[in-house]
Ligand binder design. Sequence first.
Ligand SMILES: [Zn+2]
Ligand SMILES: [Zn+2]
Length: 251
Amino acid sequence: MSPQPLEEDEVEYFHPNDFCFLCQRLLYDPIVTPCGHMLCKPCMVDNALGSLPSPVWVVAVHEDPTNTLPVDRLLRRLSARCPVCCNQFKDGVRTCVEKCADLRAKYPAAYAARADAQSRTEAGSGGDSEVERITMCVGNENWEIQPPPGSSKTEKIHEWSFFAKFSRHDIIEGVTFAVLERGTTTVRQPPYQIYGRDRSTVIVMASVTLKDGYIWESEHAVDSLDGGYKRMVLVEWLMAWDDFGGKGCMG
Ligand SMILES: [Zn+2]
Ligand SMILES: [Zn+2]
């Protein structure tokens, strides 16, 4: 029997440490989890996005959301379950630049083939992908104001604003803000923001509804008030006067 020509991946022997548990191929652009497991970066990203629909991180109040996925920032702060050992970690994952260089040197042909396949995958999922990404930042600002004449001097009064910002507006149907004991306000055009004046802590609930035809790819998604399947996500926000800041949430 004459030997069959080898497939590209079989030309070189991969050490088990150079293998990705998830995709069962040569590690590509490796990252390491706090529990010490090494995976391809794209495998970790796919897994994290699949299991963690709304990674949340704190952003500056005036930071505008961008539509580019901040993959490296997400990975550095990632809180997720390790896909290999199922340990929960919250300290992010590290990229392994040296390991990457090592893999390139050890398996030049196979690594080049991996890179090529990866860039084709990314190109293919760019334009006509069914999953689109949107970054949402929610937060509040508040400032103390002079109490009206005659009121108790010890009581502090704050004016506040609560906002939701998005990396794109074309798929947002509207944002409904509910402030306890004050009812709801729906804003259908940017800026999605409400203002108030209060003496004590305020709880704001914001629900973000997508336009008809879109659903949130998130386990926190609920049906919209008009019955649209998974078209709404809810954010609950405690506005305390010593807390000045914003937080971002990506879905
Ligand atoms: Zn992999
Ligand atoms: Zn692990």
